[in-house]
Design a protein around this ligand. Sequence first.
Ligand code: FE
Ligand code: CA
Length: 525
Amino acid sequence: MTWPRRLFLLNAARLAAASTSLLLARPSNAAGYPFSLGVASGAPLPDGVVLWTRVAPDPLDATKTPPLALTLRWEMAHDAAFRNVVAKGSVLATPELAHSVRVDVRGLQSARWYWYRFMLGDAVSPVGRTRTAPAPDSLPDALKLAVASCQHWEFGSYAAHRHIAQANPDLVAFLGDYIYEWGAYRLRHPAPGERIVRRDESFTLDDYRRRYAQYKTDPDLQAAHLAAPWIVTWDDHEVANDYAADRDERLAPDFAARRAAAYQAFYEHMPLRLPPPRNFANVRMFQRYDWGRLARLFVLDDRQYRAYEACPRPGRGGSNSVTPRACPDLRDPRRSMLGLEQEAWLEAGLASSRARWNILAQQTLMAQSSQIPVTAPDGGRFWTDGWDGYPIARRRLLDTLAGTGAANPLVLGGDVHTFYATELRRDFDRPVSKANPVVATEFVGTSVTSNSRPQQRTAEYVAMNPHIKFGRSDKRGYMLMEITPAETRTRFLGLDEVRDPKTAQRELAAFRVEDGKPGVEITAI
Ligand code: FE
Ligand code: CA
């Protein structure tokens, strides 16, 4: 009997005795447990889903993992007790990819829940639950989608993820800042009142790997991964604050190497369906997912291909706050946020869509958000890292949304650590009219933890920008959406106290978008 075969039989015997309590079980933190980072799934198709794990017996010290290729076994079943296993196999975890694995399981039934787990020697991973997308021609009754972003380790617990797991979503969309590039490498979130020291910035591949491992030890984050498949994009902090394409805010000459290291670590830690890149200098990760004919989700990358931020401070890259009068570059039509290839891909995907809802899952606030009244002599003041720094590209995108005739466009965002509900239109400075209709409805989630500005300031933004119908920056949390053929309902869920992992959540506001009627209808506040 070969060694792996024997191992498998040993595991099978052990697992036959395991109970359904394995489902959503918190992973063991026992020293040396290889699945200390949990498991995850993502990128669901009608016939498949990607499973992920990484062998890390000591999350902060990769040298504790043998520098050898390790064979992991995986199983997928119709039930949490694995009585009815429908697929299984083995996969090699190699040191070159930090002993991370991605298994693209195919041949599954559409619109169905599955359970999965990995095994290494005697060790069995936590059991994850995942599902496939509905059949292409079906019209499902509903899609329950949780949306989250921005989870700086230093700023609180991951209670939002506990609530996401308890909400039983069909799908989780994570819109960037899964890690932040700075903070102490340690396994405990800072206690309430503890002073946050900015240190230990990540630069190398080993640094970024430790960062993901640190974040992924959190049991609530693991629980949200165990609950449903995820679709993910990245924002700046997966690499460095405010970076744009191949340039960071410090104008560091070796930024290309840093970005490649960060991209590789992202690839190693996310359940992405991507062929293994030959190198990580560029990683094409914008993708599209269909939920039958109910929804088409476009997961966008607005970091890798964007033009540099307009009018940075002297000697710097990164963001600035500028007026259109002082920064004519804002009006340069050659400046793109998505890059021309991704813009064309998006337009083709919208034009071919037969979905009732066309959802752009992207990083940041799309609506104009002037910091002073646009009627001021300077014509407003804008933060250049968001879509306000790319107004011509934004107008092009909104024209595409309108011009392709794709049904019911919704834009989802994160990054700004603020809940926003907005109405997107071609010209934000002019009122809604027949010539300037609401093109899409936008919902932006707050952060899972990351800090924000006082609510007083956000209230001023809302007052100055009439297309922003709601704004709330004083609460951390996430969004929960229920998408049906007739309407989409969105709830903004805020935590009472982000530093307390046991904290309760409260609905801060709820909204409805009716099929065929773009705009923000507030149903609860
Ligand atoms: Fe953030
Ligand atoms: Ca960001």
